[in-house]
Each structure stands twice: as C-alpha cells, then as structure tokens.
Design a protein around this ligand. Structure first.
Ligand SMILES: Nc1ncnc2c1ncn2[C@@H]1O[C@H](COP(=O)(O)OP(=O)(O)O)[C@@H](O)[C@H]1O
Ligand SMILES: [Mg+2]
Length: 269
C-alpha cells in the first residue's frame, strides 16, 4: 500500500484535481484505492459523490482511536474499488493542534486499514496547518502542486520545506516525490520563465510534463467521472500524465523471476 499526500499552500491550484487524477489512474488499472478528503471545502468528496455520509474525516480526527477510520469509509459514486472518507465543513475546527501527538491522529485512526488497498490518496486543505501535518505524518510520499506564477514559487518552496519538517519530526520515511506544475501554458513567457526557475530550485522534483489547462478536467469532475473515462479534447493527455505520475509514486514492480527452463531432451536420452 502506498499513501500519497497531495498538498499546496494555496487553494485552487489543482490539489483535488491531482488527487482525483491519481485515483482515476488507479481505477483504470484496477488498483483498489481509498481517497481521504482532508479539505473542509470537500471538493474531492463532491467529485466522488459518495451520497450521504454518516462519518467524516472530522469525526475520525475527533475520535482518533486506533482503526476508527475504517468505520468512515464509503464507496465512491465512481465505481467499485474506489472508496472515500468524506470531508465536511466542520473539519475546519480540526486544523489546530489538539493534545499530545496531535499530528499523528490520522495515522493512528488508519491503523487497521485493510491491506487490500493498493493506494491511499490524501487531499489536503490549502494550508500547512494541523490537517496537512496529519496527512504528511501518515503518507509515504508527498506531491506538491503549484501554478507557474511568480507568487506560487515561494508557496511551493514552503510546502516542500513542510515535508522535510514532518519527515524529521514524525515520519522519517516521508519523501517529496513530485512538484506538479498545473495550468501550464507553453505560449506564456512568464510561465516558461517560472518553470525554468522551479527547475533551477528543485531540479528533478519538478514533474515533467506540467499539466496543461484543459476544460475536460472540471467537466469530468462535475459529471462525477474519472478523467480516464471522460472522452473530450485533452482528456487523454491528462489521463496519460496521471498514469505516469502514479507510476513514479508506486514502488517499482518486482521483476517476476523467470522459471528455469528444463530441457526435455535431457529426459529423452
Ligand atoms: N489544468 C486544469 N485545467 C482546467 N481546469 C482546472 C485545471 N486544474 C484544475 N482545474 C479546475 O480548477 C478548479 C480548482 O482546482 P482544484 O483541483 O479543486 O484545486 P485545489 O484542490 O488546489 O483547491 C477546479 O474547478 C478544477 O476543476
Ligand atoms: Mg481541493
């Protein structure tokens, strides 16, 4: 099981889009997936249309007994094999530390999550507060999303620093695996310049290629559809990028050992 946290300093840059895109790539390859919505705005919850939720991530963090998150899992409206722990507005109250080991509450609550999930995607709120700290304390890998605008460069750096802080404080195995640049326009000189700056500052962490502006993204989200099942101009390109991004986050497939070939002739003589 690989747990991915998708984060950024700012709202509206494409965190939920990347989280949903990864879930879509997982759905396309029949990889059982749980999406955990840690944003009080609950955009991923809406895009996955799980119906009326009984428990949400707010209840999970309030309770935080080992394994309690399993009770909050509901099937998504996408398809079988893609599940969700939904968010609600009142999750906002959990964005401040509560008691000792506050940042470990989500990790504790997920202790008994079935190993049959190949992927868990945590969609973070647009801040580096206690909710994002919980996500980073739980995750194996972090994906930071940014736009190629001047003011976003600083936010991307801060988000990457937050990953390092959590790694040294509570989660030594955590790694930032990708800095995804969203809404990139190759004809915009400012975008090209900022992409170059990001490359100079963060090297191979900057995910190549960046995500283009694509109207199929909001359209598929409104229609409660994985981008991989959405047939519109540009949707295939976005799906391909999400496939490659997911590949880069999952551990490399172990090569299957070839059976030694036994020569039949040996037995015939
Ligand atoms: N590359 C893109 N092209 C077109 N629309 C996009 C793109 N990325 C995101 N959007 C849309 O922009 C809005 C904000 O994106 P979202 O992923 O919800 O951001 P965040 O989760 O960071 O707040 C959503 O309506 C989403 O559908
Ligand atoms: Mg979001």
């Amino acid at each position: 099981m690989t747990i991915v946290a998708v984060l950024s300093m700012k709202g509206g840059v494409g965190k939920s889009t990347v989280a949903l895109g990864l879930a879509s790539a997982a759905w396309d390859r029949s990889l059982r997936t749980l999406v955990i919505d840690l944003d009080p705005q609950a955009n991923a919850t809406m895009a996955l249309d799980a119906g009326d939720a009984v428990f949400t991530t707010s209840d999970v963090l309030a309770d935080a007994r080992p394994g309690v998150a399993v009770d909050a899992v509901v099937p998504s409206g996408w398809a079988e094999g893609i599940d969700l722990i939904p968010a609600e507005r009142s999750l906002e109250h959990r964005n401040v530390a509560q008691g000792r080991h506050s940042a470990l509450r989500l990790r504790t609550a997920l202790a008994t999550l079935p190993r049959s999930y190949g992927l868990v995607v945590i969609d973070c709120p647009p801040s580096l507060g206690e909710l994002t700290r919980n996500a980073l304390s739980t995750a194996d890998v972090a994906v930071v999303v940014t736009e190629p605008s001047h003011f976003s460069l600083h936010g991307a750096k801060e988000a990457l620093e937050a990953v390092d802080v959590i790694a040294s404080a509570t989660n030594p195995d955590l790694r930032a695996k990708a800095l995804v640049v969203n809404r990139f326009d190759p004809d915009d000189r400012e975008h090209l310049l900022n992409l170059q700056r990001l490359g100079e500052a963060h090297g191979p962490l900057v995910y190549d290629p960046p995500l283009p502006v694509c109207s199929a993204i909001p359209a598929s989200q409104r229609a409660v559809s994985p981008i991989h099942a959405w047939n519109a101009p540009g949707s295939r390109d976005v799906a391909d990028i999400m496939d490659d991004l997911l590949d880069s986050l999952l551990p490399p497939e172990r090569p299957t050992r070839e059976m030694p070939k036994v020569s039949i002739r040996r037995f015939l003589t």
